[in-house]
Design a protein around this ligand. Structure first.
Ligand SMILES: Nc1ncnc2c1ncn2[C@@H]1O[C@H](COP(=O)(O)OP(=O)(O)OP(=O)(O)O)[C@@H](O)[C@H]1O
Length: 663
């Protein structure tokens, strides 16, 4: 477990938070009464409400503010879509099997765990001090290093750290070599592991009753559904570029070994944006100027490749100008992601953006940064922000023929020279028969540079050789009676291009779990009660707290009932989630239970209320209270929940109320 502290500087204890979350019904293992199923969790009322508030905030922050086109596409996806997108071939993690115990591990996680444990043992051995008596001064004790067998050679420890810093950069062969080099064995058996094998993470399924073999998948991301609707969305946007689509929905990944609670699950809610941008305009962003001075904590790929995790703080303006971040649009979204996470209540000191290393990125991606959050599981990717170039739209267009392109009328006709190819189809068909189409496609895909080179070859030798990976030995020869390549002047009135895509991709469960870790702390000064958990607090910001106000009557006295009814109905009318606790527990205990649920405000109704219609308002983190009329308190709560006023401002404006009875 990584070391982390709460906002008050106390060591964070994951077991305490976990037991709080389970006891108060934030989440529970799915199918628990059937024994449960790894990597599947149900959210109870507090976490479901928190998730809804997250989604609401996300829609306001991104979809509404950025005028995105939100879509809701299907989860069940026919196989050809994921064959074309490359997921069937490549959406895999490497797994290592222990031949003796049958246990299966995700290879990179196993290596990380083993090297991490060795480094920890090394640190313990180096840092541990034992006390020995100096023979000449028996009364004085001297601290010496306890050199244990676990202590690593300096060079080895450094190599371990360097390997861990760039672990995401390895593939199957690389992992195999690491396992051999570092002598990593089955953790329980101690025997050699089978060589790492790729395991595709998609769940396969049968669509319809007549399928005799699996013919579909549950989507592992929402992105493809958005890409396939590109043409319709562009039309909806009146052909105007740039624009973005967005989608919030469930995704599914058959994770090899889901062992990190809510962080690695097999079914999870994602929120994804696909922002389409003209690559020729340098991926500039209209509002970059507004955010260019925002500071970010960045861990770039060069630092990681040098075996270090040292971050640097710089403005996004500097990062883009120095090409640390590839372009303005990518930079704009990195800043908007940071703004969102901070609004949510993420601790800024536990947020960094890490750049992907070359091998870690999909081969088509131009640049990719993950928002990583720090917690008891170490640094964890919670939002990916990738420049996917034109890859997805291009492959789907090639496969289906659908014009997933932008066509723009040029203000002035554009004249330029290009190499054009003509094939003699009368001869091509009979010569290549079933392969003729593949040859034609390979020719059409030749770049202008290649066409120029081949036109010279054709002139010199009367024939050319092109790459045709799906035919014979992968090369095809074409003689000049089959093909001609000429440079011609072209006048263009309409420009046609495939947009590039910048994709911020949020895993909602991972962010929510970190929010809970970041906002959890234990109150030291509370009164002792007979509940062991009484002092735990979740300081979830009012904006997204599941319930905003708890209403507590001093007792069950009938005189309090009309006030309860009136208050709850006023708060309901203001759209402020509230609950009533009229149980017989002491007011202090009732508030403590709600501090654990992250409820930011509490209202007490007491005999003073009956006399003068005033009520008290308590703030969760400070436990301070103010007293005012019902109307004033309800509007104050509204201002606090909508972020129009802070508690500091309220506590200066309204008279403080002190009562031993309440906290
Ligand atoms: N198994 C999972 N459980 C929960 N959230 C997930 C899971 N896999 C991915 N996510 C979330 O979806 C986001 C986008 O997915 P992406 O494909 O970039 O993740 P990834 O790189 O595959 O993650 P990892 O390397 O941790 O498996 C991640 O940032 C994360 O928040």
């Amino acid at each position: 477990m990584a070391t982390t502290t709460t906002k008050t500087g106390q060591p964070f204890d994951r077991d305490v938070l976990d037991s709080l979350l389970r006891r108060t019904g934030f989440y529970m293992p799915s199918f628990e009464i059937y024994g449960g199923e790894k990597g599947l969790f149900d959210y109870g009322p507090p976490l479901t409400a928190l998730q809804s508030n997250f989604v609401d905030l996300w829609r306001k922050h991104f979809v509404l503010k950025e005028k995105m086109l939100e879509v809701d596409t299907t989860i069940i996806t026919p196989e050809p879509v994921f064959v074309t997108s490359g997921h069937v071939a490549k959406f895999a993690d490497f797994m290592s099997k222990d031949p003796k115990t049958g246990e299966i591990f995700r290879t990179d996680h196993l290596i990380k765990q083993v090297l991490g444990a060795r480094l920890k043992a090394d640190q313990d051995a180096r840092g541990k001090t034992i006390e020995v008596e100096k023979p000449d001064e028996p009364q004085k004790k001297k601290k010496i290093k306890d050199v244990k067998i676990e202590k690593l050679d300096d060079a080895v420890a450094q190599e371990y750290n360097e390997t861990l810093a760039k672990l995401d950069n390895y593939d199957g062969e690389g992992f195999k070599q690491l396992i051999e080099k570092f002598e990593i064995k089955g953790p329980t058996s101690g025997v050699d592991l089978d060589p790492p094998k790729p395991f595709n993470l998609m769940f396969q399924t049968y669509i319809g009753p007549s399928a005799d073999k699996p013919n579909g998948y549950l989507r592992p991301e929402t992105a493809q559904g958005q890409f396939l609707n590109f043409q319709k969305l562009l039309e909806f946007n009146k052909q105007k570029m740039p624009f973005a689509s967005a989608s919030i929905g469930k995704s599914f990944r058959n994770e090899i070994s889901p062992r990190q609670g809510l962080l690695r699950v097999r079914e999870f809610l994602m929120a994804e944006i696909e922002h389409y941008v003209d690559p020729e305009a340098g991926k500039k962003h209209d509002r970059f100027e507004d955010i260019k001075d925002t500071k970010l904590t960045l861990l770039n790929r060069h630092t990681q490749l040098a075996g270090s995790e040292k971050t640097e703080v710089m403005t996004i303006g500097e990062a883009v100008a120095n090409k640390v971040v590839d372009n303005e649009t990518l930079g704009y979204f990195i800043v908007r992601i940071q703004d969102f996470l901070l609004k949510l209540g993420i601790d800024p000191s536990k947020l960094r953006f890490r750049q992907h290393m070359a091998n870690e990125m999909a081969h088509y991606a131009a640049d990719c940064w993950d928002a990583e959050l720090y917690g008891s599981y170490g640094w964890i990717e919670c939002v990916g922000c990738a420049d996917r170039s034109a890859y997805d739209l291009t492959v789907h267009m090639k496969k289906t023929g659908a014009p997933l392109v932008v066509r723009e009328n040029l203000p002035e006709p554009r004249k330029f020279k290009e190499y054009q190819i003509e094939l003699n189809k009368k001869k091509l068909g009979p010569k290549f028969r079933k392969d003729a189409k593949a040859v034609e496609t390979a020719v059409e895909e030749l770049s202008q540079d290649m066409r120029e080179k081949l036109s010279l070859d054709l002139k010199d030798s009367g024939k050319i050789t092109i790459d045709t990976p799906s035919i014979g030995n992968g090369k095809t020869e074409l003689e000049k009676d089959l093909i001609s390549i000429e440079q011609r002047e072209v006048t263009q009135h309409v420009r046609e291009y495939t947009p590039n895509v910048i994709e911020p991709s949020f895993g909602i469960g991972r962010i929510l779990y970190h929010l809970l870790e970041h906002t959890f702390w234990t109150r030291q000064s509370a009164e002792a009660t007979d509940e062991p958990s009484a002092r735990n607090v979740l300081s979830i910001p009012p904006l997204i707290a599941p319930i905003k106000v708890l209403i507590v009557p001093l007792s069950n006295h009938a005189d309090f009932k009309p006030f309860l009814r009136q208050l709850t109905s006023t708060l309901d009318d203001l759209d402020i989630a509230n609950s009533i606790d009229d149980s017989s527990a002491s007011i202090g205990k009732r508030y403590s239970r709600n501090d654990e649920l992250g409820t930011p405000f509490g209202i007490t109704i007491d005999f003073q209320t009956v006399k003068d219609k005033t009520i008290t308002l308590r703030e969760r983190d400070s436990t301070k209270q103010v007293r005012a009329s019902q109307e004033d308190i309800c509007h104050t709560i509204e201002a606090l929940v909508r972020g129009r006023e802070t508690w500091e401002q309220v506590s200066k404006r309204l008279p403080e109320f002190t009562s031993q009875e309440v906290d």
